[in-house]
Design a protein around this ligand. Sequence first.
Ligand code: ZN
Length: 316
Amino acid sequence: MPLTVIVLGSAAGGGLPQWNCNCPQCAAARAGDPMVPPRSQSSIAVSADGERWLLCNASPDVRTQLAHTPALHPRALRHSPVAAVALTNADIDHATGLLILREGGAPPVYCTARVELALTVGLRVLPALASYGEVSARRVEPGADEPVVIRDRAGADIGVRLRAFTVASKPPPYMLPHLTADEAADLHAGDTVGLELSSADGGAPLVYVPGVRELDEALRARLSAAALVLIDGTCFTDDELVASGASQKTARMMGHAPLTGEGGMLAFLETVTGPRVALVHINNSNPVLRADSQARWQIEARGVAVAGDGDTFVVG
Ligand SMILES: [Zn+2]
């Protein structure tokens, strides 16, 4: 069976518009400019049967994302097609949506040991949820030989297989008091992973990587074997937040390869042959958010799409 993939949220943390931002993209989205539609925070949903879905990341916008997606509406008085959640990291924009899914007990959460630690002692999301019902955190080992069989809360196989791979990443800032200097300095400890998702029958997978800074040979090989790649489109240029005066941080300092410039994502993607590619996790500072921009044209001219909220793909 093919996998169906729905982009629930295509924006990076903060969304579009971001609550405290008046940059050109946020101002246009707020004003209802049809060239800059609003976008919610980073998440996708994946299903093999159209009935049971794996959420990849649970954003703070999950309540409205589910409300706007008929495939994810309840089918009975107390029911949700959301069978499980997988996390690429414990960032606030990827994990705090778990708190919104508390009624009836949160779905099972698939994550690495480092992400589980962050949700337990850092954000304390898992202990908070445990007082509303049993929470099942299920371990994902990056680089494991066998894929993880995704199961719903009753233990039934939903027909989706997951493999995780580490990307060079730092722990979220709120974890620094809870880690030794050596633990915090380990860039491959599993703080952030990419996810490779396929149906139980096999077939070329979807690779979902909303945060990645190092674009290396291993990643190139993995993406080239995929049918669909949904990848980090956070910033157009490395210094766009610095140049606009919005922040002191470059894209790379935040763990994201910029789209353009030396060693950027677009040049890397030109060496990846095979899959359809769409950008996700797009920051509100990124000029590609404007549909009639030069930046958008530059992306699309290379055969790379800019994913939007609600976009649906079929893989396999
Ligand atoms: Zn903005």
